[in-house]
Design a protein around this ligand. Sequence first.
Ligand code: GDP
Ligand code: IMO
Ligand code: MG
Length: 424
Amino acid sequence: MANVTVIGAQWGDEGKGKIVHLLGKKADWIVRYQGGNNAGHTVVFDGKHFVLHQIPSGILQPGKKCVIANGVVMDPWALREEVRFLESRNIRVKGRLFVSAWAHLILPYHRHLDALRESGEAKIGTTKRGIGPAYSDKVGRMGIRLADYLEPDTFRELVEQNLKVKCPLLGGLISKEKLLEETFKDYDDLRAFFAEYVADTPALLQKALAKKANVLFEGAQGTMLDVDFGTYPFVTSSNPIAGAACVGSGVGPGAIEEVLGVVKAYTTRVGDGPFPTELKDAMGEKLRERGAEFGATTGRPRRCGWFDAVVVRHSVALSGLDAIALTKLDVLTGIDPLRICVAYEIDGKRRDLPPMTRHGWERATPIYEEMPGWRDDLGTARSLDELPAAARKYIDRLSALVEAPVTLVSVGAGREQTIRIGDF
Ligand code: GDP
Ligand code: IMO
Ligand code: MG
């Protein structure tokens, strides 16, 4: 297998966990390179159900090595919890998980600042995990990296410096004493815990690549949540597009040979912000119920809508997607006709690509095309010819509209509910 980067091509929750888990079978290393525990990646196999937040989905494939790379922001308490949870389910993590010494930490004041911002008018609908404030500190050169966390004197000094800035921002909502208590909670235990996992992950990956190991890069979130190219400011604070895999893990661009975009057969979004094809009616409710569209991290109901080719076309271009893994096609059974947004109309003009302004997004009206639906249950199909003709036509039309081949179709949450086309 080539070294592949898997990204979400819409607003997240496309089914990346399932696809990475599947492809992980052929990989030696699986690497998370951005985001934090805002992510919730679901993997279902052999009647088991896992949701991973910070640890790559590859951890569920026995023997594979997994990396939480430098580009991730990592919550120490949440990571310890995730490791404990996996070990309680007999998944061995020790010796297989490597956490970058260079990764920045999410500390309690980041979560408080996130919650504070979310309580105001400029709310984004974040996961309140402290992601934005942690990344702000990183680029603002006030962040604390795992390597520094592990040195008690350095850590204490950096926290003191930070609290001089954070306490006034938090405006008396929480006292300095309380923040210190939260920040140092379980510190000795966490230091001992991380001593087993911390690593110079760029060096590990560079060595693995030199030995021709197969590396799979697991993106989190999705293109439309990208801080540069998404529906700014209703985005996350990292770059979910494929280009970030190199910066986020410390390998050169030549290391990545293929890019696969995970695309849901319709569209969902959690949190606030533009969503031109959103269905606020019974059809939206139907998609939510049939697709079990509730956030894997926060449990919030996901907003649902028709497939938006403008969004996926944007993704194909930005990440240079070689191919698409189309998920949740089974959810569309019984919906007839199906609608596909082929372009937007903005101020009377047709647009094939997303607008660049906030006003453009507010005024974007979908231009729809209709296609006949199908009635058959797709969950047992394992090849394209086992799909109804209308489902095959739907796949072909999406592929043509977004200008990328579909190499995998997912027809259920289970690992085996997959149709592979070609080599992927
Ligand atoms: P991720 O964040 O991209 O990994 O996606 P999530 O795990 O947040 O959300 C995807 C949801 O859809 C999960 O509950 C998966 O188990 C489920 N899922 C994945 N693929 C399929 C599919 O083809 N059909 C159905 N019905 N469910 C799927
Ligand atoms: P996975 O990897 C869907 C959304 C939040 C909010 C915005 C900013 O499971 O696809 P943040 O907490 O990141 O500052 O919130 O981004 N968001 C996601 N939506 N899937 C995710 O991850 C998401 N991670 C963040 O809902 O709108
Ligand atoms: Mg998710």
